[in-house]
Design a protein around this ligand. Structure first.
Ligand code: KIV
Ligand code: NA
Length: 265
């Protein structure tokens, strides 16, 4: 089966909403693959999979390893891999070298990087050289140390022009879509109206051209999730119940049962 392509995602502007989720490992990715248009191997894996406090510490080789797992586990969705903090900001050359490495090593179809107008030159450099780029504006988690935390953007209307200019800059530079994260809803709507590439909302607006959530958040694996996450599942308690039952059965020797052991002839 041929995967969904970058032009197919781009052409969904103003059409049927684009469905996407993050995934970091083969088995969950295979499930998501049945329903998502694209899957993001997000650097949120640093927090979700590896217990880090932010995405700032995520190394490039970790993105490559999880990227490979997700590509192997899927066949239909477009796979986008996040460029981690420190792997692209310095120069277009550096960004190209690392993005090309990610694509060669993982066989993903596109990369995502954070930043608006300031990253436009880099986005153009990559796209002209064969690397599709998804941009990411609004709340950009890799800048958490500058922002002093994860702060909703655009509460002050004086900042709206800057965010809209960011969206226009990445679209102009050739990004095929842009994640709009953590902005007040009317600003997200203005951004969506201002660009001719799909906006993918997270903590943004129902009027974005698509939506994305972190899979583990929407599955209810984390005890706490921000307000923009809707919990479509409650896996945390389900897993705990299974683990507790297993512990009881090990202690009472109810597990393994006769059906779980091997016999000689
Ligand atoms: O890393 C991530 O999961 C992301 C999405 C939340 C957009 O960048
Ligand atoms: Na990310």
């Amino acid at each position: 089966i041929r995967r969904i392509t970058v032009p197919q995602i781009r052409d969904r502007k103003g059409g049927e909403p684009i469905v996407s989720l993050t995934s970091y490992h083969a088995h969950t990715a295979a499930i998501v693959d049945k329903h998502a248009d694209f899957i993001l191997v997000g650097d949120s894996l640093g927090m979700v999979m590896h217990g880090m406090e932010s995405t700032v510490g995520v190394p490039l080789d970790l993105m490559v390893m999880h990227g490979r797992a997700v590509v192997r586990g899927t066949k239909r969705a477009l796979i986008v891999v996040d460029m981690p903090f420190g792997s692209y900001e310095e120069s277009p050359n550096m960004a190209f070298r690392n993005a090309a490495m990610i694509m060669k090593e993982t066989q993903c179809q596109a990369v995502k990087l954070e930043g608006g107008a300031r990253m436009a030159e880099t986005i153009k450099f990559l796209v002209e050289r064969g690397i599709p780029v998804m941009a990411h504006i609004g709340l950009t988690p890799q800048s958490t140390n500058v922002m002093g935390g994860f702060k909703t953007q655009g509460r002050d209307e004086d900042t709206w022009n800057m965010h809209i200019a960011d969206a226009k800059a990445v679209a102009e530079a050739g990004a095929f879509a842009v994640v709009v994260e953590g902005v007040v809803e009317p600003l997200a709507d203005q951004i969506t109206a201002a660009v001719d590439i799909p906006t993918i909302g997270i903590g943004a607006s129902k009027n974005c051209d698509g939506q994305i959530l972190v899979l583990e958040d929407m599955l209810g694996l984390n005890p706490w999730v921000p307000k923009f996450v809707k919990k479509y599942g409650n896996l945390g308690p389900a897993i705990e119940q299974a683990v507790a039952e297993y512990a009881d059965e090990v202690k009472s020797r109810a597990f393994p049962g006769p059906e779980n052991v091997y016999n000689n002839k």
